[in-house]
Design a protein around this ligand. Structure first.
Ligand code: FE2
Length: 193
């Protein structure tokens, strides 16, 4: 594993051993993820990673670099081609920090203007739009709704999650109608870092 990633995992394990709540853990981990996003070696090696998403047919994958045997946290990558969008989605109960390693994109955050009780239909309201660049970290708490749209260049994200995704149902939302589709989320592809 790359030395910067090894350092990151060691630091995260130390934080998990000392800090109990996800909110506090993630706040302590954030500067370490910022440091990882600055690593030149990681940026270079990321140029060999595969872009295989086909969002139009519902296929999205994450490279899975590491899953902690004791604490269950994971380190992923999400790779998006130019002019590619994720579905509008949440990550279910999982806590996430999504960091941009390469490329620029637009992140839009939503909230539900309804009472949140329906799992078939949501009234989506835009909370904010941000054009983001390398080094940006989006802190995504459970059930927070968002979408990413790339522009003219590919985007490589490094994702830290408190649990692996892909083995439970997450919400995808149809942006226009607010219809909710339950899906299993991104396919996890074990990948050597
Ligand atoms: Fe996401």
């Amino acid at each position: 594993m790359l030395p910067a990633a090894e350092d990151f995992i060691r630091e995260v394990r130390d934080i998990y051993s000392r800090v109990d709540t996800p909110e506090e853990r993630f706040k302590e981990i954030q500067p370490h993820l910022e440091k990882l996003l600055q690593d030149e070696e990681l940026r270079e090696v990321s140029k060999t990673w595969p872009f295989r998403n086909e969002p139009e047919r519902g296929y999205i994958e994450n490279l899975l670099f590491y899953e902690d045997p004791d604490y269950g946290f994971v380190l992923n990558s999400l790779l998006k081609k130019p002019r590619e969008s994720t579905p509008v989605h949440d990550h279910g109960h999982v806590w996430t920090m999504y960091g941009v390693l390469r490329g620029k994109e637009r992140v839009i955050r939503y909230e539900r203007a309804d009472d949140g009780s329906s799992d078939e239909q949501a009234d989506l309201k835009v909370l904010g739009e941000h054009d983001v660049e390398p080094g940006y970290i989006d802190f995504v708490r459970p059930y927070e709704i968002h979408v990413e749209h790339t522009g003219d260049e590919p985007v490589v994200g490094i994702i830290f999650r408190d649990h692996r995704v892909g083995d439970f149902l997450q919400n995808f939302y149809e942006a226009d109608s607010g219809k909710i589709n339950k899906t299993k989320g991104p396919v996890q592809i074990p990948y050597e870092l």
